[in-house]
Design a protein around this ligand. Sequence first.
Ligand SMILES: Cc1ncc(C[n+]2csc(CCO)c2C)c(N)n1
Length: 223
Amino acid sequence: MMQQPSFSEQLKQQAIPIMTNINHHPFVTGIRDGYVPKTALLKYVQQDEQYLKGFIATYQSLVDNLNDAQETQLMKNTETEIGHEHSPHEMFCEIARVDYEQQSNKPVGKITKGYLNHMQSSADSGSLLNTLAALTPCPWTYSVLVKQMIIEGKTGKNNPFTEWIEFYGKTNSEDIDMSKHFFNRIDQLASKATTDELCQAEAYFLDSCQWELEFWEQAYPQK
Ligand SMILES: Cc1ncc(C[n+]2csc(CCO)c2C)c(N)n1
């Protein structure tokens, strides 16, 4: 008999259309091909500075709500990774020839706010499964898109984004792959969840994937 795919495999399958749109978004193809307009890089950095603060806040509420010491330690280990996201912002600023220091504390845009509210509402739902489902697309979509670029051989001295691609390629290496760790935990929780709970978690996951797409679009509108 064919084995039923795991819940996390089902989530990834459901997200394929959104992931395809992300991979074809001009911001992402620009990184792959070595040119993104300065205005887009700037907008991204300004919004992502705000986004990271919110991501860390939601992650913190997740850790605070854990009641298992071992799991708390595991999640805290992952937490130390999150603080290192400023260097990709510095790379974008260098490429755009703008001062990184001037880019923080800009007003939070509509999409950034929407995405952050969505993540926080997953934590407020009181369900670890929902919270992990809402947080995972952040590391997962980046891991998928950079892996694709690395496979296609888009890194090299001709591409100014090589360091950026390798940054996310590295943070997603086997031993510290955050999305893998989150997906494993999601599968454990899913095995004890009701159908309704699984539906809810799936919606949190897919909405976050859609917000990831909107986030690129916010910085570099296609219209
Ligand atoms: C909108 C947006 N989505 C994802 C990331 C990437 N990212 C942010 S935190 C984190 C986890 C550990 O570093 C990862 C991969 C980003 N910068 N901005």
